[in-house]
Design a protein around this ligand. Structure first.
Ligand SMILES: NC(=O)c1ccc[n+]([C@@H]2O[C@H](COP(=O)([O-])OP(=O)(O)OC[C@H]3O[C@@H](n4cnc5c(N)ncnc54)[C@H](OP(=O)(O)O)[C@@H]3O)[C@@H](O)[C@H]2O)c1
Length: 248
């Protein structure tokens, strides 16, 4: 039976792993300053929220720009969160997967000393530098589309086939934009922090080419919570079929 396009998209979407984007941003919508420095403006409560989201994930995904900025990744350290992972039958730490098609990463970054499993998502050319080293447990070659872009839905299917159920995306703006474009994001957590960063080139939660309003991913507000001077906001991303009104 051939399903109408919209329903087919919805069915395909539901089969894929659950994807949560977690970001902190300034009151003017920037995830870093004009120097692209690591975003350390979130409070301790925001850091705890981030760690809790990381603890729920099987795989944590971030872009090379984010690794370059921080040099490290968020691992699970809190005892109760580690115990939660054990109770859910998850490994002690989620896999930390960095996306870099060029493969040009700093091998001396502290990230490579962190006690976490590391995977690299890269191109054939980018893989050559890392395949014979012990920096990554797995080096995945990203399937690419005719236009040179990454075939993200195929990657999601491949991860799904490896029994990966939950993925947390920790930025930055280039990566999240691509995942929104590929309609792979299910949830968005944003922490609005009490500062203004400005800068027309400062990164935002979703950079890339941007969407026209008519095609923009639509969100449904699910939670707003005040954390001291910050606001924690949780959105669910509406599937295209639901946005278009074809789902009851
Ligand atoms: N506030 C927060 O919560 C938060 C969280 C994370 C990051 N940040 C900030 O965000 C900034 C980094 O963000 P960013 O947008 O510059 O970089 P990014 O998205 O972290 O990484 C961009 C790089 O990752 C690879 N990549 C990502 N998406 C790709 C795609 N769709 N196709 C191909 N390659 C892709 C490419 O690496 P190659 O060029 O190596 O191929 C690309 O240059 C930093 O300033 C950081 O501090 C803030």
């Amino acid at each position: 039976m051939v399903l109408p396009d919209k329903i087919q998209a919805m069915v395909a979407r539901k089969d894929l792993l659950h994807t949560t984007v977690v970001l902190a941003m300034s009151a003017d919508g920037k995830i870093s300053d004009r120097g692209r420095s690591p975003a350390r403006f979130g409070s301790a409560a925001d850091q705890a929220h981030l760690e809790a989201q990381v603890a729920l994930a099987d795989v944590v995904l971030f872009g090379a720009g984010t690794l370059q900025a921080y040099g490290t990744t968020m691992s699970v350290r809190e005892r109760a969160l580690k115990q939660g992972r054990q109770e859910r039958g998850q490994s002690s730490q989620p896999v930390q997967m960095v996306c870099s098609l060029s493969g040009e990463l700093d091998a001396s970054a502290k990230f490579f000393d962190q006690p976490v499993p590391r995977w690299l998502l890269t191109s054939q050319a980018g893989a050559t530098r890392w395949q014979r080293t012990n920096h990554f447990e797995q080096v995945l070659i990203a399937p690419q589309l005719g236009n040179g872009g990454i075939d993200w839905p195929q990657i999601w299917r491949d991860l799904d086939n490896q029994n990966i159920n939950r993925l947390a995306v920790l930025g930055g703006g280039q990566l999240t934009a691509a995942l929104f474009e590929a309609e792979l994001v299910d949830e968005l957590w944003l922490t609005i922090c009490p500062l203004v960063l400005g800068g027309e080139r400062s990164p935002t939660p979703a950079d890339g080419q941007g969407f026209l309003a008519a095609q923009a991913p639509q969100l449904k507000l699910s939670l707003v919570k005040q954390l001291g001077e910050e606001l924690l906001i949780h959105y669910k991303v509406l599937a295209r079929a639901r946005r278009d009104g074809s789902e009851a």
